[in-house]
Design a protein around this ligand. Structure first.
Ligand code: NAD
Length: 696
């Protein structure tokens, strides 16, 4: 079956783009368009051609299913398709509805005339993948809407509703009515009037006043680029459209496109794009698994996490019942939610109406009976197994059959929590990150008994509340916290051996981490990790070793909230100030351990801390806790401030080359005093390195 059926209506040939869901320009569709144009050329009855998509999409651009396959580059390429359309001797009209993005818009720009529904969305989002439009977009769009408007669209990647282009050469007509009849009428009229074909390539662009242009562009691109090369290259390509003949401008665009394709930044952005698509699929849970309806949610605990979790659902228009033990705690929790919304109101991000509506969806309660009709309940009480036991036993008694019982636990055994109920199949971990109303990451923790439809429902729900969901198996810390513990351990060891907290933070911040581990610890509160270490030491005394972080906590320094942690803080300020008291604690610790401090370079700091993440990531992958390396990358990018331009720890390791990572780990493992079991390359990493393979 053709992906581009061809039909003749009177004197107009209609080529319909038909590659659901969004008419991605895959090989079959590209072939179909060229075949349609050839047919129209040779049919004497045909006086004009209409290219139309579906209501949902003219075309969303390249077919993502072809990414990274040989099909993507096979002829006819999009450039050849557009050339065939543009060269057609009969008028070709693009009829645009739904999304018209990337290559889809470039195809439309190659047509001689364009008509669009007012609500169609037009854009060139390539910059979001670290690229630029590579099929003439940077040359034709400025010729259609002017340099400034085109630059804005190309550098931001944002899409714009078609009605904004009414009256520009981009759109000959904008319609609110049915698209096909309007397009046929336009095509017939053009043919009847024998209008000359309008090829954007023939439009002469005025060269711009270079000084003013550069100033404007520098400001705009400077704001948008955030250290990524693509926005500047977009600017160069558009500049070429103003100074060079069309075909030479096309050459510049092609060269810049190919250069960007090779950059690590584009590789990282394309990786993340694919990773987000992959993460929503669970290998043994088919896409058509029925989901449970979630119309009302319960939250247990209105503390730091419970409040933020509740806000996610209120924001999505889902009613929430929030339960606490004591009236004071309940009042405090509800007041914090209100205050968060009032802050958004003050910043102009929320209207009073919306604030009222959201608060109106919230029912505070002290009675478990009020949870009898919720479809999902998320527990966010103290991180103590005894408290969780009591809560889940009660939920098992009060919640209706089929309700999903979720825990936000960070470290406790989800299977054990499930065993407190008579319905372990309905129990799942929904691990939010703090602040839960802001952070995009959600770890969906799959227990041994968790039902497939509970997993499917959780993944769908994550989309509803705009989270990036990653599935994790059950282990201490799940994916993110299990890895960060290793990273923290590596950072602590560096301090013991001779580095200062500020030196470690600076090195990792220069690598691109949003915040170094010690500043981050001070922000999150050092007591949490201390409590976890104490619990682990109790459970597993053999592995407990003294670490300098314990000494910091023993001194009552829990971070920003106590005015002191790894740094000191002045009242009401968040600036981390170097504290001689910390230097003393560290020196004393080294003396007690019999360690002579040595000089440590920034390079060693990055290597040790990041490879500690990578090695634990490899173990997590090998154990099947994470289904794919890219899932681990998403966890680190969305939950831990890992630099986007590096694509996550696992992609970073791939880009360094796994044999190099393995060799460095082996070298660290052999250092005197090193924890060899921790640093020896994980078997999966060693095997992939040997086989010349990568994680992704
Ligand atoms: P918190 O101390 O701020 O809040 C816990 C709340 O639960 C308190 O308001 C308390 O009154 C209430 N509570 C305790 N027992 C209860 C019971 N039996 N019934 C009803 N309410 C009860 O703690 P938090 O930081 O919000 O953490 C809650 C959970 O979320 C923990 O399991 C924690 O591990 C997890 N978590 C925390 C973070 C974080 O960064 N704080 C991140 C992810 C997950």
């Amino acid at each position: 079956m053709s992906s581009a059926p061809y039909q003749v209506h009177g004197s107009v040939a209609v080529i319909t783009l038909d590659n659901p869901p969004v008419n991605g320009l895959g090989l079959a569709l590209r072939r179909g368009i060229v075949a349609g144009i050839d047919k129209a050329e040779s049919d004497a009855q045909v006086k004009a051609v209409v290219i139309i998509g579906s209501d949902r999409a003219f075309s969303g651009g390249a077919d993502v299913r072809e990414f990274g396959t040989p099909l993507a580059g096979r002829e006819p390429t999009l450039l050849s398709v557009i050339a065939a359309v543009e060269r057609c001797s009969k008028p070709v009209v693009a009829a645009i509805s739904g999304v018209c993005l990337g290559g889809g818009l470039e195809l439309a720009l190659g047509c001689h005339f364009r008509i669009a529904r007012a609500d169609a969305q037009l854009g060139l989002p390539e910059v979001k993948l670290g690229l630029l439009p590579g099929a003439g977009g940077t040359q034709r769009l400025p010729r259609a809407i002017g340099v400034e408007a085109a630059l804005n669209m190309i550098v931001s990647g944002a899409s714009v509703p078609a009605k904004s282009f009414a009256g520009t050469p981009l759109l000959d007509e904008v319609t609110d009515g049915e698209l096909l009849p309007a397009a046929l009428a336009l095509a017939e009229k053009i043919a009847a009037e024998a209008r000359p074909l309008k090829r954007l390539r023939d439009v002469k662009l005025k060269a711009l006043d270079s000084e003013a242009f550069l100033q404007f562009a520098r400001n705009m691109v400077g704001g948008a680029s955030k250290g990524f090369p693509a926005p500047m290259k977009c600017l160069e390509a558009v500049a070429a459209a103003t100074t060079k003949p069309f075909d030479e401008g096309m050459k510049v665009e092609r060269e810049l496109f190919i250069a960007l394709m090779q950059t690590p930044e584009s590789r990282a952005l394309r990786h993340v794009f694919a990773a987000e698509r992959a993460a929503s699929k669970i290998p043994d849970v088919p896409a058509d698994t029925p989901v449970r309806t979630i119309k009302k949610v319960g939250v247990i605990g209105a503390g730091t996490m419970g409040g933020g979790i509740a806000m996610n659902f209120l924001n999505a228009g889902i009613p929430v019942v929030i339960l606490e033990m004591k009236p004071e705690a309940l009042e405090r929790g509800v007041a914090t939610i209100r205050k968060n919304y009032e802050n958004s109101l003050k910043k102009g991000k929320l209207t009073q109406d919306k604030l009222d509506a959201r608060m109106g969806l919230l029912t505070p309660t002290l009675q478990y009976g009020d949870l009898k009709d919720v479809d999902l309940v998320i527990e966010a009480v103290y991180e103590e197994i005894g408290v969780k036991e009591q809560v889940f036993k009660t939920l098992d008694e009060v919640c209706k059959s089929g309700a999903i019982l979720a825990s936000n636990t960070s470290t406790l055994d989800l299977n054990k929590i499930a065993s407190f109920t008579k319905r372990p199949q309905d129990v799942v971990g929904l691990h939010f990150f703090s602040p839960a109303n802001v952070m995009r990451l959600l770890e969906v923790v799959r227990g041994a008994a968790t039902a497939k439809d509970v997993m499917a429902t959780s993944m769908q729900l994550a989309k509803t509340i705009k989270k990036v969901a990653v599935v994790s198996g059950v282990c201490d810390g799940f994916i993110g916290n299990r890895m960060i513990a290793r990273y923290g351990q590596a950072a602590n060891d560096l301090i013991t051996e001779g580095a200062s907290p500020q030196q470690v933070d600076r090195a990792l911040e220069q690598f691109g981490m949003a915040m170094g581990p010690f500043r981050m610890g001070d922000l999150a509160g050092l007591d949490i990790g201390w409590a976890i270490r104490k619990r682990r030491a109790q459970e597993n005394p053999a592995t407990a070793a003294p670490i300098v972080a314990d000494r910091i906590c023993e001194a009552g320094r829990f971070g920003q909230k106590t005015g002191a942690g790894w740094y000191r803080y002045e009242a009401g300020k968040r600036d981390a100030l170097v504290d001689p008291a910390v230097e003393q604690i560290i020196e004393q610790f080294r003396t007690d351990q019999g360690i002579t401090p040595r000089a440590i370079t920034a390079e060693e700091i990055v290597e040790r801390c990041i490879y500690a993440l990578v090695n634990e990531g490899a173990r997590i992958l090998q154990e099947g806790i994470a289904a794919r390396a890219s899932d681990i990358d998403l966890v680190y990018l969305n939950g831990y401030g890992f630099p986007l331009k590096r694509g996550g720890p696992m992609l970073y390791a791939d880009s360094v080359g796994l044999p190099n990572v393995a060799r460095a780990l082996t070298r660290i493992a052999a250092q005197p005093g090193a924890d060899a079991a921790f640093w020896t390359p994980a078997p999966l990493l060693a095997r992939l390195a040997d086989e010349g393979k990568s994680f992704n």
